[in-house]
Design a protein around this ligand. Structure first.
Ligand SMILES: [Zn+2]
Length: 446
């Protein structure tokens, strides 16, 4: 097919594509414990039917041990052609407070060229991108196609990663497209080439056998909560930069956002400054960030006049792709031990780590997707990073070190993923589908 034929096929298919996306968004496929399981299975079933409608000769559901099913599709490679694996997920985040939504989260609604609803962007737009790109090719597969759509990404289930480890041949490919990201701005194409990893642990501080009266003992009794607060404030310097020795700052090629844009997207209040120094791209994509994400201390409502004997904090570290999450935990916990005042007893527990990702700069697939994107958007893509992690990407990179992993998708930075009023811009969706379909054809050419 010529590029024009592909573009026209995608455009002609858009009304059906939008209807199918709406049907998928209408299903509350929340794979978190405490939510009904039946809609998750229903979304898997619809995903399976959608892949069948794209004409793939082999489509099946894969039951994963201890998890929701993944949906798999395949078309064999023409002789000598490479194989591409397409990834997305059909599960969604819980909607949160329905009062914050302008339209009901599971009643997909088009307003001003965007489809609103939970999962409209993250990541049912990714599912539909694959389906629509494959449909546009009308069964004339330029490369081998493999599709894997999972159902427990948001819940951070690990059954798919385990499955890939145990059955690598099923998903083995020369290039992998992860359609679970997007462009910083609608209409401005970007390839996500770097993901931060993450590490987290719980720190516990003990100073007394038990809490004691703050009148009788306060002033001399060592307060575990005060000790913990002193320790935590040493994690950053007065500018808000990470101040733990041994966590070097990195640099990212190219810009992220303007400060204005970042303030608006993050919802920073008037008069409140950002933290850290250096470019936003360096801070968000190439450097460590440490956040205290929880504290076990008496709540204000439960407060009594007592000096605390024990206090706990959950500490999360975002790790640049060049860093090692396990080593970051070692460095930060050593630091906290060192700065603990008054000989307080400090222990650490509940460690978790996830690796980051850095894409290789060149390769046949990378060149092909850059050509495809430039055509679909009318301008060449730039490189961006992402501050968050996608654990499966690290798992794929580990399992298939030779494969080129490409991250792009229709979830622009204003899509409000994981937030109320999530939406996908439908023109952005069309351009992304066009990119993917053109890429599959371009990649075949070499
Ligand atoms: Zn996602």
């Amino acid at each position: 097919m010529t590029p024009e034929e592909i573009e026209n096929a995608v455009a002609a298919g858009m009304p059906q594509t939008i209807e199918d996306l709406k049907a998928l968004v209408a299903i509350p496929s929340i794979a978190f414990p405490g939510h009904p399981e039946e809609p998750v299975h229903k979304a898997a079933e619809l995903t399976e039917n959608l892949l069948r409608s794209a004409g793939l000769p082999r489509v099946e559901r894969i039951d994963l041990d201890g998890g929701f099913p993944a949906v798999y599709g395949e078309a064999p490679a023409p002789p000598g052609a490479p194989t591409v694996l397409l990834y997305a997920h059909y599960d969604v985040q819980p909607p949160g407070d329905p009062a914050l939504w302008k339209t009901p989260p599971f009643e997909p609604t088009v307003i001003d060229g965007a489809l609103y609803g939970r999962g409209a962007a993250d990541d049912k737009s990714g599912v539909i991108t694959h389906v629509a790109a494959l449909r546009a090719l009308q069964g004339r597969w330029p490369v081998g196609i493999k599709v894997i759509i999972e159902g427990e990404e948001e819940y951070a289930g690990e059954s798919l990663a385990r499955f890939i480890e145990s059955s690598p041949d099923l998903v083995r490919a020369d290039a992998i497209v992860v359609a679970d990201v997007g462009n910083p701005r609608v209409g401005e194409p970007a390839l996500t080439t770097s993901l931060r990893g993450m590490a987290a642990f719980t720190v516990e501080v003990r100073t007394l056998a038990g809490a004691v009266h703050s009148g009788a003992f306060g002033g001399a009794a060592p307060d575990a909560l005060a000790a913990l607060m002193r320790m935590l404030t040493t994690l950053h310097d007065e500018n808000g930069d990470v101040a733990v020795p041994g966590l070097p700052r990195g640099t990212f090629p190219g810009e992220a956002y303007s400060e204005e844009e970042f303030r608006a997207t993050a919802g920073v209040l008037d008069g409140v400054s950002l933290v850290g120094t250096g470019s936003l791209a360096d801070r968000l994509w190439a450097s460590y960030a440490i956040t205290v994400t929880g504290l076990d201390v008496p709540s204000v409502a439960q407060a009594v006049n007592a000096v605390q004997a024990v206090a706990r904090a959950r500490v999360t570290i975002r790790v640049p792709p060049s860093g090692d999450p396990a080593q970051a935990i070692e460095v930060v916990t050593e630091h906290l031990k060192k700065v603990a005042p008054w000989g307080a007893h400090v222990t650490f527990s509940d460690f978790t780590t996830g690796a980051g990702f850095r894409a290789r700069g060149e390769g046949r697939a990378r060149a092909a997707v850059e050509r495809a994107m430039a055509r679909a958007f009318g301008r060449p893509p730039r490189e961006v990073g992402q501050g968050g992690s996608i654990p499966l990407v690290a798992a794929l990179a580990r399992q298939f070190p030779e494969a080129e992993i490409l991250l792009f998708g229709p979830e622009d930075d204003h899509a409000s993923i994981h937030a109320p009023n999530e939406r996908v811009d439908l023109e952005e969706l069309r351009r992304t589908i066009t990119t993917e379909a053109l890429f599959l054809a371009e990649y075949a050419k070499g």
